[in-house]
Design a protein around this ligand. Structure first.
Ligand code: IPE
Ligand code: IPE
Ligand code: MG
Length: 253
């Protein structure tokens, strides 16, 4: 779906507010495939391909941290063959596309319960992070086997250990300490979260970090989400009045 019509990609940021940190919930692969009478696996493949386009567009617009939701802790409840296909695609994708990400200067990191993943997947994550660690244009943070509640649970456990070992007292626990114990403490909270496919929920994505994120959705399914939709999301974001619980800085309101 092309909201603005087919246009040359200019990456002109006049009138656009480009978030430094952006989250994208890559949803709608199954519906995309169904519309084309294709198996769901074809939708997942088209979705994986589309991630490259998003990376290029975000890098060229000046986004510094792009966090994408690729597989949730709840997605294990899908049929075994779909889960298996998603794992295989994950391995294939990172091996095949790393040279393209390298050309774009994109560093890759993985967030989620990575330790619980099968060894071959853990190895792909480790290699991908190691190979790309010196790239500086943009960080791509891939949420895989990620759940916001699991991330908070993990942070609680780490802080509880510090209390148990007498390093801190319970009354010393602060919001900042909880943020510091999230999976990616150095990644700024997303200013904007985009969810294609029209769903109006976070589905356990970045629960702690999204406290003040702006949300944007479109009916477009993830494999079709391109430059035009991203540009529209940034345009809408530019018009949002972000108050953070305070008063509007916009004199007219
Ligand atoms: C997102 O697309 C991919 C994953 C959750 C792994 P879906 O597979 O959820 O697609 P829909 O929502 O069924 O269309
Ligand atoms: C969220 O999509 C997870 C990913 C896109 C990886 P889901 O399709 O799993 O979410 P629900 O089930 O519609 O909430
Ligand atoms: Mg879905």
């Amino acid at each position: 779906m092309a909201i603005l019509g087919q246009k040359k990609k200019t990456y002109d940021t006049t009138g656009l507010k480009v978030p430094v940190s952006l989250g994208v919930i890559m949803d709608g692969n199954g519906r995309w495939a169904k519309k084309r009478l294709l198996p769901r696996s074809a939708g997942h493949r088209a979705g994986a391909e589309n991630l490259k386009e998003l990376c290029t567009n975000c890098g060229n617009y000046g986004v510094k941290y792009l966090t994408v939701y690729a597989f949730s802790t709840e997605n294990w409840s899908r049929p075994d063959d779909e889960v298996h296909q998603l794992m295989e695609l994950f391995v294939e994708f990172w091996e095949r596309y790393d040279p393209e990400l390298e050309k774009e200067g994109i560093r890759v990191r993985f967030t989620g319960d990575i330790d619980s993943l099968p060894d071959n997947i853990k190895e792909v994550c480790r290699r991908g992070e190691e190979r790309s660690k010196n790239r500086t244009k943009m960080q791509l943070i891939v949420a895989f086997n990620y759940g916001g509640r699991r991330e908070i649970e993990n942070a609680c456990r780490r802080i509880a250990m510090d209390v148990k070992e007498g390093k801190i007292a319970p009354e010393d626990i602060t919001e900042q300490m909880i943020s510091d114990n999230m999976y990616m403490p150095d990644v700024p909270d997303p200013e904007l979260i985009i969810r294609p496919s029209g769903e109006l929920r976070l589905s356990n994505f970045l629960l702690w970090e999204s406290a003040y994120s702006e949300l944007w959705t479109s009916e477009c399914l993830w494999p079709d989400f391109g430059y035009d939709e991203l540009t529209q999301a940034f345009r809408d974001f530019a018009g949002r009045d972000r108050r953070f619980g305070g008063l509007s800085k916009n004199k007219e309101s």
